[in-house]
Design a protein around this ligand. Sequence first.
Ligand code: C5P
Length: 240
Amino acid sequence: MQKSELIFDGNEKQIFATDDSTKVIISYNDVTLAFNSIKRAVFKGKGVLDNHISAALMGELNRNGVKTHFIEEVGDNEQLCYKVELIPLILCVRNRIAGSLSTLLGVEEGMKPVNTIYDLRLNNTRKADPLINDHHAVALGIVSYQELQGMYAVAEKVNDILKPFLAKAGIELVDIKLEFGRKVDTGEIIISDEISPDTCRFWDIKTGNILDKDRFRKDLSDVVASYKEVYDRVSKIREA
Ligand code: C5P
């Protein structure tokens, strides 16, 4: 696969065209952003780990019949993916209440609800990714009700696959952020973006230790070491 021109230059990733108009190469770098891009840092080695972890988790989804944009890793920090038109929505699945939701609901971080929580946001950093509902998303012409139903069903399946998969690695999937896109050739809606410690909350099942981007948000040490811990544990269960 021949890598050609840069088509998207984001803070945390670059996207390159390839000689196949339906595929792109996504390159992960070491930049980390939080709080709507207000907080920024560079962690050497993070991009490679995000690439490997996202590849492993999206690969697990692909193998279990959930369609994602991920095809294969083509370098230490690069992966070949299907080209999509991103749907500007963020769908979070939460097994525990943490982060922005604990602030919104005024409950202590870590509370385990009786249900699985799904929340929908508009993917718009300038507006701080506002929480919206299904009717807003349809009113804005972003998706149809039927498409949204399909996205919620896929999100449930993702959680049902990754929760036990990560548990085998001693990692609790506290929450996960999903983004979807439409394949440029068929229009089919598939999982896009990334699934990594940058986009999920991962807690050590035994100790409750934070193994994700909250280490950066909360100014805790060992950000890269924690991502490496996730990668090593996931690799081990994949080899087993
Ligand atoms: O901060 P909040 O609790 O809303 O985040 C829920 C999950 O979604 C966390 O795992 C967080 O890392 C992820 N997230 C993300 N990108 C955003 C917002 C949240 O990856 N723009």
